[in-house]
Structures are given as structure tokens and as C-alpha cells.
Write a protein that binds this ligand. Sequence first.
Ligand SMILES: [Zn+2]
Length: 391
Amino acid sequence: MSSSTVITNIASLVTNDPSLGDTSPLGLIRDAAVVVDGDRVAWIGESSKAPATDNRVDVGGRAVIPGFVDSHSHLVFAGDRTEEFNARMSGRGYSAGGIRTTVAATRAATDAELEAGLVRYLAEALRQGTTTFETKSGYGLTVQDEARALRIASAHTDEVTYLGAHIVSPDYADDPAAYVALVTGEMLDACAPHARWIDVFCEKGAFDGDQARAILTAGKAKGLHPRIHANQLSYGPGVQLAVELDAASADHCTHLTDADVDALAAGRTVATLLPGAEFSTRAQWPDARRLLDAGVTVALSTDCNPGSSFTSSVPFCIALAVRDMGMTPDEAVWSATAGGAQALRRTDIGRLTPGAYADLALLDAPSHVHLAYRPGVPLVTGVWRRGVRVV
Ligand SMILES: [Zn+2]
């Protein structure tokens, strides 16, 4: 039997449901309360009107937001790329193989080692308010290693993405077409049972538009839904392919033509921005303002991975997005919660509304704006996931 709990004395509550609060996209309610029953939100409103419950938690005039939905991460890996980062930040060249370094270490790791790493980064993310995360394969690049990464990930989240097409496997350096055949054939057959999504890194040096189309189309035929690493390092066909294939998300979106922006605005595909990657590579920021002004739905996510963005912190990404990408604090918080949910085509997370999962983050601050106003400060002091207080 479930018991009900009222979380009350919330100074400022982000619901992401405009019909519940003020009419802004955040659906803010002042002096609010949330009633949790089992794993779901049962009631939302002003504290003074809250119904009777079994238990009561007084949060002392702090802010509550929906738990973050981190819709893009790469957490099944082994090894370390400190030297590569250090060299890059010191202005030195680095000759080792980037993703290939992680592929070699991941292949050499045991299942238990890979799972222990995943669990550690998930705990780290949870402490910072992330209650839902997506994660990908992509550091195995063999039938067996890709399938095992997905099997390990699927024990910890429903949002699992097959990324056999991260780079062309070093084993197929001389024959990329044969690798695409593997990714769309035997590897797909082995991976599809463990995944919901299929992804491809559509970029010069990875997979071109024709290859990406073949890979995503093959995945769709197996019941996987597409998402794309698109237009990160250069202009290219990824974003428009994402819209054409009704991908849930085009991720990175740093180098966009006007036609790319128009395509995103006209379609259902969410633009997922990953400022941890630009931060960690000293690259040009994606222009969130341009996308938002065009009417594109924007999500914010960490891209947590050992090479180009080794942060699990959504609050850090919110601060970067506000400081350097033209987002308002309200927009950034929406994008990291409701936007992430939309990038995963979910309506039961990313907002606090009756019937949604009771995934909440409590901030040691009076307002969600403090996530950008107080960068680097660990403001998340409480987390409920599926109605259970876990932090
Ligand atoms: Zn990525």
C-alpha cells in the first residue's frame, strides 16, 4: 500500500504546466505544495489548500523543480582521457586516438567494471538532481561489445540508445562500407532487443548523410526510434535528416544554416544543446537564442562522456547556457526538464502535474533562477525519484 506525503512550504515551484501556475511555460506556483502518492504526483497547488496526507515534509521556503531529464550521455565506458584534456587546455597537440582510446579500454574491461562505472556516474548525476537519463553504446564497436554495453545500460534506465555508428570501428578503417553493413545487419540484430533508440554521429570523419540515413532507416525497420549527433563540428546534413526521419532529437546543433533552423522549427525534432562539449573543447557555443526565437524546441543535456564533456552536472550546463548561449534562466531550466522529456518523447517526466512521476529536486535557494545565478554551487539538497527521497 502506498502512503501519501505532502511536500510543503515551497517558496517557488516549477511545474512546467502553465495551466497549474502562472501562465508562463514554467507554470510557477508561489507558496506551493506537492502531494506525492506512491511513485506519482497526486496533487499540486498552494500550500494553504493542500489535502490531508499521511506524512508531511516542510522544505522551509526553498524552491522545487522537476528532476532533470538528461537526454544525452555516454556512460558505459572504461579508461581515462585526462592527458588528452590537459594537452588540449594547454594548447598542445595530442596524438592519441580520442574515441579510439576509450574503445580500446572499454573492450578490455569486464562487465562488472563497466557497470560499476555506470553506477558511479548515475549516483553522481542523481546527487545533482538528474532523475532520468538516456545513455548510449558506442565504445565497443563490435557486435558483442555493443550488445553488452546496451545490456548493462538497460538494467539502469529505459532510455537506452544503440550507437554502433559512433565512429567507424578501427577494425574497418579501410572499409567503412563493410562497417555500415555490420551496424545495419548483425550488430543491429544483436542490439535492438536492448535499446529504444538508434543514433549516429553524422559528421566529417564519422558518417556522412547517406550512411546516416541507411543506419537510421535500418534501425527504424527494427523498431528503434532515431536521434542524431548532428552539426556539432561543422555544417552538414544531420539536422535536416533528423527532421526528415522524424528523429526525436538532433543533438549538438552548433553549426546551423537558416534552412536547418527552419526545418527544426517546422518539424517535431527537438534541438538538444550540449554546452559541456563546447566548454571542454573550447569550441564555439551553439546559438540557443536563434533557435528559440525561430520557435524551435530546445533541450539541454550534459553529453557526459570521458572525451569531450566529462560533466554529469545539468546545473553546470544551465549556467553555461544562460551565460553564453543567450538563454534566460527560465528557458534553461525548462529545457533541462520538460525539454529533455520532449527529446525522449515522454510526458510522464520533466513536469510536475497530477499523474506524472514524482521526480523532484529541492534547491537550497528561493528560486530556480539561482541555478544560473550561483554557478558551481551545489544547490540541489534533496531529490525524490519515483516518489522516494533518494538524496
Ligand atoms: Zn554525444
